[in-house]
Design a protein around this ligand. Structure first.
Ligand code: OAD
Length: 243
């Protein structure tokens, strides 16, 4: 656990900041029971990312890729936001210039009430037509094995960003702007190995932000001004309190 004085120093920075950006990763949802990708029990320890999370995999065996997403949707549908998600809603409401960038596709930030949010890697709860491109919200747990577009009947895909695919340029631009303008940049629960998100803390710091990281272990992020070691569901509420 981190020293209370480190937490207090980071909290002072947050309470005096006029602009705040937050980057979250799978670690923030770990305390809600959502599996992370790396580390003990991580999804990429049990499954091959190339076989399930690339456009090539979907082209060659869409039914296997969809089966994996149907399975994840069922698991995550039962999960609820934890105190870390809730505390970030409090932070959003206390700061007029606020951006939450999440790499998570689980939708738990939205469920908690976050609104100034960029879902950088998409959402499990949206589907996109592989032909007409129409994107729709879809929370059904009863989709057919290969769901089809209601408009043009072509195959639907999860509206997530797979390895080898580009981030939505508008989302990327907004994220970069938030990094450049943030006075405080808070990173919660990411291993910091997937680009472009892995570079956001460095970018924010280069533009003058005070950077804070919360993680249970040392991550690949090297540039943070304050490291708070502990579980997100305990550390984020401690940091944000009742601002
Ligand atoms: P990872 O699974 O790579 O990393 C999760 C991080 O959370 C690790 O650094 C853990 O130490 C930390 N962690 C675990 N439990 C925690 C807790 N209770 N509190 C705080 N931290 C905790 O997940 P991401 O960094 O989010 O991409 O992964 C980035 C991307 O890689 C994902 O968005 C996904 C994946 O492939 C796509 O799906 C495109």
């Amino acid at each position: 656990m981190s020293d209370q004085s480190d937490i207090n120093a980071a909290r002072d920075r947050i309470s005096s900041a006029r602009s705040i950006a937050v980057l979250t990763g799978a670690g923030i949802s770990a305390d809600s029971g959502v599996p992370t990708f790396r580390g003990d029990g991580g999804l990429w320890k049990q499954f091959r990312a190339e076989a399930l999370a690339t456009p090539e995999a979907f082209e060659s065996h869409p039914e296997i890729v969809w089966e994996w997403y149907h399975w994840r949707r069922k698991i995550i549908a039962e999960k609820r936001p934890n105190p870390a998600h809730d505390a970030l809603v409090v932070l959003e409401r206390s700061c007029s210039d606020f951006t939450l960038i999440t790499q998570n596709v689980d939708g738990l930030h939205l469920l908690a009430g976050s609104r100034k949010i960029i879902e950088l890697h998409g959402s499990l709860w949206r589907v996109r037509c592989t032909d007409c491109g129409r994107t729709t919200e879809n929370r059904s747990l009863d989709l057919p094995p290969l769901p089809a577009c209601e408009g043009c009947h072509a195959l639907l895909r999860p509206d997530v960003v797979w390895f080898g695919e580009a981030i939505n340029p508008v989302d990327l631009q907004k994220s970069l702007e938030a990094c450049r303008s943030a006075e405080v940049f808070l990173v919660v629960g990411t291993s910091g190995v997937v680009q472009p998100a892995a570079s956001f803390a460095s970018l924010a710091k280069a533009h003058g932000a005070f950077t804070i990281e919360i993680n249970t272990v040392d991550s690949e992020l090297v540039d943070c001004d304050a490291w708070l070691t502990g579980r997100a569901s305990e550390m984020v509420p401690q940091l944000i309190g009742s601002l």
